[in-house]
Write a protein that binds this ligand. Structure first.
Ligand SMILES: [Zn+2]
Length: 121
């Protein structure tokens, strides 16, 4: 009996399709990614809570761009919310307060409720 091995190719080929996106589920940030390769018949997907891993975030930013948000002060985002969402260290938080943050549209929506489209909940 021959054994079947599923071969995952690690190097993306020209047929590889990657998609990554973010959404808000129950008030929490969630990211999803999918990888589909018609040439090798590979289909994979993944996801997680909180800020996405760098390579996922790169794809989201490439597709959607970022918005600069002020942190702290009367017009800025609450420091606590920013720190909790991104898991910032104190020096990172201070830098964010000084320079603002680059948030994806979904992160911006989560961090600044009321500025997004109005809806129930
Ligand atoms: Zn491929």
């Amino acid at each position: 009996m021959a054994e079947q091995f599923a071969t995952l190719h690690c190097e993306p080929c020209e047929d590889c399709r990657f998609e990554a996106w973010q959404r808000i589920v129950d008030g929490r940030l969630r990211w999803e990614e999918s990888h589909h390769c018609p040439a090798y018949g590979v289909q994979a997907c993944g996801g997680g809570w909180g800020p996405p891993p760098p390579w996922v975030r790169e794809r989201i930013v490439a597709g959607q761009g970022t918005v600069r948000l002020a942190v702290g002060g009367p017009d800025g985002l609450p420091l606590k919310a920013v720190r909790e969402l991104y898991g910032l260290t104190l020096p990172e938080l201070i830098a964010a307060r000084e320079h603002g943050i680059e948030a994806t549209p979904v992160e911006a929506e989560l961090l600044s409720p009321g500025s997004g489209p109005a809806g129930p909940g």
